[in-house]
Design a protein around this ligand. Structure first.
Ligand code: ADP
Ligand code: TRP
Length: 336
């Protein structure tokens, strides 16, 4: 008997040229775990249309897409177990977004964080890019096309997933249908918002407070050595604070030698270890944690045509599901 699997969808915006550990622990790792679970059918895509809000340079867009695709595949995304594709190759995403814009009001759109953040940063309302303003509608289309059970993302995407639920509810009510599922945001409480190396804000590429994954070891080392620790600790012999200290949070995530982590924490509390040693050990743990992924990435980068085939195949499969939903929607609306 064919088992009815719960569908999962998530996307990654290739607005940067590589992933950081916040992306990995907050979103990617959970996405990969879902792919391994037989209960789920997983769809993951590179949201290249979403990247147009910030990238207006062909070479940069192509290179970012390539890089994020390689990152994902080397970190363990397995195209045999999930459907992996580029958003722009499944045209139904754009088509459904045009439809969904009619089932959401201006007021709710104005409350979306990404838009509000722009205004807060002093950007004139009249110069806000309409692609950015509409971003959550395209994202709702990305999600609703696949009638998913859940959307694994980091905490900062919760509002977007909730908006897609609202749109789905309104649409379903209007046409007295249950065509759209009401998706859940699947957010891991402990790692849904990894703090950046400034010790304050969310780790984010636009804030420059990241620890990368595949960057040159010298770059990673610099990022780690610059990390905020306990500001009250002036010398290595001062007792230090472990709780809430980002360097130890990163150790908990990356260092597979638990004994070493416990020893460092104990000595830190007692004032028996310097920040430099804690950071150097973190750097080594980082290199160790991602060693396999780095080797895989090198291998994949040498055969990118194979990677392109994976994406083309993925788009074909995703297109089947997406076009079916779009066609049902068109029928309900009177467009067919
Ligand atoms: P960035 O903020 O660096 O631009 P993205 O917006 O591209 O990151 O996020 C990609 C995915 O990673 C999303 O699912 C997002 O929720 C998640 N994510 C980003 N930053 C973090 C973080 N600091 N902690 C946890 N998850 C994060
Ligand atoms: N907005 C997401 C981000 O910035 C990327 C994204 C686009 C997405 N469409 C999606 C995530 C659909 C989940 C589902 O990271």
């Amino acid at each position: 008997m064919k088992q009815n699997k719960k569908r999962i969808i998530s996307g990654i915006n290739p607005s940067g040229n590589s992933l950081h550990i916040g992306n990995f622990f907050g979103a990617v790792k959970g996405q990969i775990e879902l792919q391994e679970n037989d209960q789920y059918e997983t769809y993951y895509f590179v949201a290249d249309l979403h990247a147009l809000t910030t990238i207006h340079d062909k070479a940069r867009l192509l290179s970012n897409v390539k890089s994020v695709v390689l990152d994902y595949l080397s970190l363990g995304l397995d195209p045999k177990k999930c459907i992996f594709f580029r958003q722009s190759q499944v045209v139904a995403h754009s088509q459904l977004a045009v439809v969904l814009a009619n089932y959401i009001g201006l007021g709710q759109m104005k409350r979306m964080h990404a838009f509000k953040d722009k205004l807060q940063k002093g950007v004139e309302i009249d110069s806000v890019n309409m692609g950015l303003f509409n971003y959550p509608i395209l994202m709702a289309a990305d999600i609703l096309l696949y009638k998913p059970y859940g959307v694994p993302v980091g905490e900062d995407q919760r509002q977007h997933v909730e908006l897609s639920r609202d749109i789905a509810e309104r649409f379903n009510r209007t046409y007295n249908t249950e065509i759209f599922s009401l998706p859940e945001a699947l957010i891991n409480k402990n790692v849904g918002r990894i703090v950046g190396t400034d010790g304050q804000r969310k780790m984010s590429k636009s804030l420059g407070n990241i620890i990368g994954i595949f960057d040159d070891p010298a770059v990673i080392k610099k990022q780690i050595m610059a990390c905020f620790t306990d500001p009250n600790r002036k010398k290595a012999t001062d007792p230090g604070q472990v709780k809430g200290n980002p360097i130890f949070l990163y150790h908990d995530l990356l260092n597979q030698n638990q004994k070493e982590v416990e020893d460092l924490k104990n000595r830190y509390r007692l004032g028996q270890v310097g920040d430099v040693e804690v950071k150097e050990k973190l750097f080594l743990a980082h290199q160790n944690y991602f060693a396999q992924a780095k080797a895989k990435r090198q291998q994949l980068a040498g055969d990118f045509s194979m990677v392109e085939e994976i994406l083309t195949e993925g788009a074909k499969k995703a297109g089947l599901m997406a076009n079916q939903t779009l066609s049902q929607v068109y029928q309900l609306l009177g467009l067919k």
